[in-house]
Design a protein. Sequence first.
Length: 338
Amino acid sequence: MSILLTLVGRAVGADKANALAETLSIHSTLLAEAGPRVNRAVMAQALNMVLFADLIDRVPAAAAYLADKRARGEKTIHDHGAVRTVDGPVTGGLPRGEAALVRLLTPLGYRQNGLYPLDRLKMTGRSYGQVDFPEDIAQFFVSELHVDRFSPAFGAAVANVLAEAVDPLDAATVTTLAAFARDGVVDLDAAAAALPVIAGAFDRHYPAPSLTDYEALKTESAEMAWIATEGNAFNHATDRVPDVDALAAEQKALGRPMKDAVEVSASGRVRQTAFRAAQVQRPFRDASGATVMREVPGSFYEFITRDTLTDTDTGAKKLDLGFDSSNAQGIFKMTATA
């Protein structure tokens, strides 16, 4: 049996693992790996599958879209997942900024391959690709929000939200990640124990924010307000499609909550659009300390078309795996408060 599906099955159950294998386009080499040990590429693919499944459970429009594709017998290419972090002086028990998540990706063969200023949002984005299967294993787009670019009142609200953050990694998972970094492979049992912990790091690891702090954050940054309720969860997963413009028209005709316009990169080679964020119920603390529920923007599902470019060293055509600062800032608007 495929060690990839064994690994994912231990994390989410065999039925969901098989459903993911039917949904996603997975490189045949990764599916053919039989073990007995788990290499870093298989672990990276497994992590992406678990995170993809979690996002689909939280975004009904994406679930409906993928059900349509499965009914037609079409596979989905998961291009990248996007996550948000906070670069500020107070982050509780979490490492500051992107380090909170990059420490999980680097041992699995991810390397930074792009830097994208997001100045309108007072953020910086960086892309990370998996070096063993750069076109086949999904990239991560990791953004940092720079607290020092906002007002002192905003900084105080961020500190209030993040002060009690806890580090989700346990000692055994840290040891497993170190083994991946050192050797590139680990035993199946160690990988299976670590996978849900690593995937669980892509979540919120601090108490529900106060309504007062949330409103203060929302006044200056919809992105930080989103982080306050969603943490480091997948902000979106992305389907790589042949013609994003045609897809957008099709989804709009079906009445799905599609972004109004397609974002086009400066090069013209990367085109992106998305469903609007799912609206979710999240807990907050009111002035008396009681828990109250409010509807806020959750995560969403994105679509991307990538054209090819010519490799300057070999002259060969390859997929343009880059991103675009303007595109990213346009896509990030999907999680602004409705």
